[in-house]
Design a protein around this ligand. Structure first.
Ligand SMILES: Cc1cc2nc3c(=O)[nH]c(=O)nc-3n(C[C@H](O)[C@H](O)[C@H](O)COP(=O)(O)OP(=O)(O)OC[C@H]3O[C@@H](n4cnc5c(N)ncnc54)[C@H](O)[C@@H]3O)c2cc1C
Length: 489
């Protein structure tokens, strides 16, 4: 392999997008994809970019965080976003795709690219002789996971996700909630939802009767004792939760001056305290069940959930500990990570990090310093989270407005209206993203959703719209080197 070529391990969502972006910038790529020689427990075909579960790429409603991320990808010339639009099926507010047509289309495009070679082979080691992207996903083969473990340290590679729900602070009922830390240690850091005995018993009964989320055959529910789901704790006895995550000791409700019968504690997710996680409330219940049952908790009657609890098989690294801002490993900068493995969650987030890693590796291949997208963009915020979150309690994230910095200098009328505020954040993000694309020498593909064409700037024609001859004659080094760089906070 020459220094200006790259290996991509895994032809999933992140790997296919990254390989395309690299090849479109003139970098020859070899994809190592182990299927069909070795199948994962979830994939059913040998196709690239197979969607293993739902066929939804989430909201396509302008103003939603997931829409914003997709819109940025569309503007950046993402192959998978373009093909998703071509394979769309009716999905209400969501971008849903015909999964067969989608993976067929990705396979045809990627395998048909003149600079991409697709090899059906299990990678058992991290390649050392060239630039490499590890995009082997949540079900990375055992041999490769063990090689990655040797490189990263076993304590920084996880095999299960155990996620607590997160609520939007604006939707909490502070008539019921009080601020306090246990035994007064730590000031007012926690929000506490107090439950009376009847409220606790009703909550316990609801948990016992709750409908669990589907478990895949390979997801043997062997939970860590230290990280049991709340429904499992409820099954162990009526008081188990009260002696576990719902213990009230050391907490006095200032309204009653008494210790409540049980308490649910909320801990802030960010310095702005715009969202809170329910401490120790990891669970494996269906999302509608979680919404119904968790709203029985006093103070959460109208809570909006930014993320629901989950426990599932997932291979991912402690990204803030291991990755630099271009998604390369600090311990071995020739190796980049993308997709679920780099600690994001969700189809679009995997495509997004694949897109970004493709650009970052292309920059490295031609010796140009990579500038990550601005912090005000959805992609920039997602990568900022991955590389800057608290490593001591790292959990993979979906894109949400919570990851984006708040819009500043808004008129009071707009600042007070959540929808208007988010629209302002979207407009700011898209304007910054377009400017970043230009600085990168990445003129967008011109793909935008209907509403986005009402947004301010539109990038000019770009990689995906180039003819084959144009692609072959493109001078990526010159294009990238010509780019003006601005520092991302
Ligand atoms: C069971 C399950 C269900 C999920 N459902 C959803 C959902 O409904 N919605 C959602 O948004 N997200 C879902 N996710 C999370 C995530 O979005 C998807 O798993 C997504 O496909 C991950 O993208 P990726 O590119 O990181 O990995 P993948 O798309 O899984 O691609 C990784 C590729 O690497 C290959 N590979 C693995 N090891 C090797 C090796 N050693 N050598 C060569 N190739 C290798 C695999 O065969 C695979 O093709 C789910 C995850 C799982 C595990």
């Amino acid at each position: 392999m020459s220094a200006k070529s790259a290996v991509v391990i895994g032809g999933g969502l992140a790997g296919s997008e990254a390989a395309w972006q690299l090849a479109e910038r003139g970098i020859p790529v070899t994809i190592l994809e182990m299927r069909p020689l070795l199948m994962t427990p979830a994939h059913k075909t040998d196709r690239l970019a197979e969607l293993v579960c739902s066929n939804s790429l989430k909201s396509n409603t302008p103003g939603a965080a997931s829409w914003l991320l997709k819109e940025e990808l569309r503007r950046g010339g993402s192959l998978l976003m373009k093909l998703a639009a071509e394979c769309a099926v009716p999905g209400g507010a969501a971008l849903a795709v015909d999964r067969e047509r989608f993976s067929e289309a990705v396979t045809a495009a990627v395998a048909g690219h003149s600079l991409i070679r697709l090899r059906r082979e299990e990678a058992r080691n991290v390649p050392s002789e060239s630039l490499a992207l590890m995009a082997s996903g949540p079900l990375t083969s055992a041999a490769l996971a063990s090689a990655l473990q040797s490189l990263s340290g076993s304590e920084h590679l996880f095999f299960y996700d155990s996620i607590s729900p997160i609520v939007d602070a604006e939707t909490l009922n502070f008539d019921r909630i009080f601020r306090a830390s246990r035994y007064g240690k730590g000031g007012d850091d926690y929000l506490n939802c107090p439950l009376s005995e009847p409220e606790y018993r009703a909550f316990h009964s609801a948990l016992l009767a709750a409908e669990p989320a589907e478990t895949h055959p390979f997801e043997d529910p062997r939970y860590f004792e230290a990280c049991l789901p709340i429904e499992e704790l409820a099954r162990r006895g009526v008081d188990t939760l009260r002696f576990g995550p719902m213990k009230p000791v050391g907490l006095i409700d200032p309204r009653t001056h008494r210790q409540p019968y049980a308490v649910v504690q909320l801990r802030t997710e960010n310095l702005r305290s715009t969202s809170y996680n329910l401490v120790g409330f990891q669970n494996h219940l269906r999302f509608p069940e979680q919404k119904r049952i968790l709203r029985m908790i006093p103070g959460l009657e109208n809570a909006e959930f930014l993320r629901f609890g989950q426990i599932h098989r997932n291979t991912y690294v402690n990204a803030p500990r291991l990755l630099a801002r271009d998604l390369s490993l600090r311990a071995d900068p020739k190796v980049f990570l993308a997709g679920q493995l780099c600690g994001v969650e969700g189809y679009v987030e995997c495509i997004a990090t694949g897109f970004l890693a493709g650009l970052a590796i292309a920059a490295r291949a031609v010796g140009v310093e990579f500038e990550p997208p601005p912090r005000t963009t959805a992609l920039g915020s997602l990568v900022h989270y991955v590389t800057h979150a608290d490593p001591s309690n790292y959990q993979p994230a979906n894109i949400s407005f919570d990851l984006l910095p708040p819009a500043e200098g808004l008129e009071r009328r707009i600042a007070r209206d959540r929808r208007a505020r988010r629209e302002a954040q979207c407009q700011r993000a898209l304007a910054a993203f377009d400017e970043w694309l230009i600085r990168q020498g990445v003129a967008g593909s011109g793909q935008t959703s209907d509403i986005s064409s009402q947004q301010p700037s539109q990038p000019a024609a770009g990689p995906s719209s180039a003819t084959k001859t144009e692609r072959k004659t493109r001078e990526p080094a010159a294009a990238l080197a010509a780019a003006t760089r601005a520092k991302c906070d």
